[in-house]
Design a binder for this molecule. Sequence first.
Ligand SMILES: NC(=O)C[C@H](N)C(=O)O
Length: 342
Amino acid sequence: MSSIKTISSAEPPQVLGKDKTTPDETQHRGAGMMPVVVVHGGAVQVPEERAEITISGVCSAARSGYLVLEEGGSSLDAVVEAVVQMENSPYFSAGCGSVLNVKGEVEMDAIVMDGKTLGSGSVSAVRDIANPVQLARLVMEKTSHAFLTAEGASKFARSVGVPEVSQESLITEYSRMFWKKNLVPDANPVECQMEKMGTVGAVAVDKDGNVACATSTGGMPNKMEGRVGDTPCVGSGGYADNQSGAVSATGHGEANMRVTLSRLILFHMEQGQSAEAASDLGLAYLKSRLGALGGVVTVDPQGNWTSRFSTQQMPWAAAQNDTLHYGLNSGEHFRRSFSEQH
Ligand SMILES: NC(=O)C[C@H](N)C(=O)O
């Protein structure tokens, strides 16, 4: 288990794998219902020059999601708000800034899941909307289905008034450069993805103990047209159940799908494991079984939360009880109060 980088609500700032009994522990565990929002910006290696902006992106997303909870919104409202913010940022591979498929086009996947009802909504291979996570929510709330794809998803979006946007508005110079780099014959898009571009996701618990998750992505760089990854698949890119907790996952989609990573982690929680231990078990299985690395954010219905990754980096942030927690490298756990400026 030593290869899993551990960050959790129970750990002291900037210290990893040491004594976990800190004064904060009682605040995060067993202190009744604790609303929380935890987000990730993908299990990737963030280029140094983009580290600060990426961290401030996840912090601002967690904070905005938390404000939704403070204003009485549900955990579902909070995760959608947090993910929309990151979709709108060009620094993540979701919405604007998504990695491109082999033809140089954007095709995006997203999921939302409501732990109270087990309702879920997914879209895949959508090309012409700004916020796939909102469309996923509309699939859940306005259709009798759980998953719409490609042109059918776009037609549905138009029928419910979601504005159409151009491909150009979703493509950044950076994603185009990245696409070109991966077109060369000896390129390794899987490794390359792990180096630079991040899927986004969020989990939350509201004051009523309802959990929810949302995940959104442009997928793997230079993927085949029509390729769908783990992100929109129930149990792989995310899962939420009030009886155990919620997970949003990132990593190599084909591997995450084969172990149904999110559901696997919740299975361990159902067996009595903490969010932290269960996340470690899921990621360790992904590694030992398939040699794959990844990352997750996980909550239980009491508001205990964790952010775990087996990659070297994963930008993450959590907002709870007027404190923002965040980190990028393994071992980092910074904290500041909401009133402090970043
Ligand atoms: N970076 C990622 O998390 C990619 C995503 N899991 C996919 O395979 O589509």
